[in-house]
Design a protein around this ligand. Structure first.
Ligand code: HEM
Length: 216
C-alpha cells in the first residue's frame, strides 16, 4: 500500500467514523430513519454509548487482524479509531451530563456514587482520558516502553465498558452478551500471542545456551 493510497484511505475511514454522528444529526431533525422516538435524549445516550463501544472493539481488533492477514498498514488506522472511541464516549457522557442531567453536578455525583453501572462507565471514561492525551507521536516517543504499558489499560477499559452495558440492561441480555463474547475472543487472542512470544523467546534462549555448553 503506497503512502498516497493510505492518505486517501485515511480520509475515507475518517468520514466513515463520522457517519454514525451524521446519521444521528439527521434523525434529530427528522431527516432520516424514524427519528429518535418518544425519548430522544435516552435514545441519543444509547446510540452514542453503543458506537463508543463498537469503536473500542474495532480498535482492539486492529492488531489481531494485522497479524492474521499480514496487512501491516492496518496499524496506521489504529490511532484514529482509538480517538473516535474517545470522541463517541465523551459525547455519550456529555449527552447524559448536559441534556439528561442539565449539568447538575450534585445529581451527577450522586449517580456516579449510587448507581454501580454509572460508576463503571465513569471509571472507564477517566481511564480513557490519559490514553487519548498520550496518543500523539511526541508522547509516544517521550514515554517509550511506558507508553505500551499505559495503553494496555485499553483492555481494562473495554472490560469496564461491556460490564457497564451489561449492568444497565433491564431484561434482554443478548446484546451485551455478544459484546462480552467478542471482547473475550480479542483478549484470548492477545493472551495466546503473548504466551507464544514468551515460549519462542525461552526456547531460543535455551538453544543458544545448549550450543554454548556443547561447543565451549
Ligand atoms: C468506556 C465508557 C463507556 C462505554 C463503552 C459506554 C457504553 C454504553 C452502552 C453500550 C450503553 C447501552 C446502550 C444501549 O442500551 O443501546 C450505555 C448506556 C448508558 N451509559 Fe454508558 N458508556 C460509557 C461510559 C459512560 C459514562 C461515563 C456515563 C455517565 C457518567 C454513562 C452513562 C450511561 C447511561 C445513563 C446509559 C443509559 C442507561 C439507561 O438507559 O438506563 N456511560 N453506555
Amino acid at each position: 500500500m503506497t503512502a498516497k493510497n493510505i492518505r486517501a484511505l485515511k480520509v475515507l475511514v475518517f468520514l466513515a467514523c463520522l457517519a454514525p454522528l451524521g446519521k444521528l444529526g439527521l434523525e434529530i431533525f427528522g431527516l432520516a430513519g424514524l427519528g429518535l422516538g418518544a425519548n430522544p435524549i435516552e435514545e441519543l445516550i444509547h446510540r452514542l454509548g453503543k458506537w463508543g463501544l463498537n469503536f473500542l472493539l474495532i480498535t482492539l481488533a486492529v492488531t489481531p487482524l494485522r497479524k492474521l492477514t499480514g496487512l501491516n498498514w492496518l496499524i496506521r488506522f489504529r490511532r484514529m479509531l482509538g480517538l473516535f472511541t474517545f470522541f463517541y464516549i465523551l459525547m455519550h457522557f456529555l449527552t447524559y451530563a448536559g441534556l439528561d442531567q442539565r449539568f447538575d453536578i450534585p445529581v451527577i455525583v450522586e449517580d456516579i456514587v449510587e448507581r454501580p453501572y454509572i460508576t463503571l462507565g465513569m471509571s472507564a471514561l477517566l481511564l480513557l482520558l490519559p490514553l487519548a492525551l498520550t496518543s500523539t507521536n511526541g508522547m509516544m516517543r517521550r514515554l517509550g516502553r511506558r507508553w505500551k504499558k499505559l495503553h494496555r489499560l485499553v483492555y481494562v477499559i473495554a472490560g469496564l465498558g461491556v460490564w457497564h452495558f451489561y449492568w444497565q440492561v433491564k431484561e434482554d441480555i443478548l446484546e451485551p452478551s455478544i459484546y462480552i463474547c467478542i471482547l473475550t475472543v480479542l483478549m484470548g487472542y492477545r493472551i495466546l500471542a503473548r504466551w507464544r512470544r514468551q515460549r519462542a523467546t525461552r526456547s531460543a534462549y535455551q538453544r543458544s545456551d545448549h550450543e554454548r555448553t556443547a561447543h565451549p
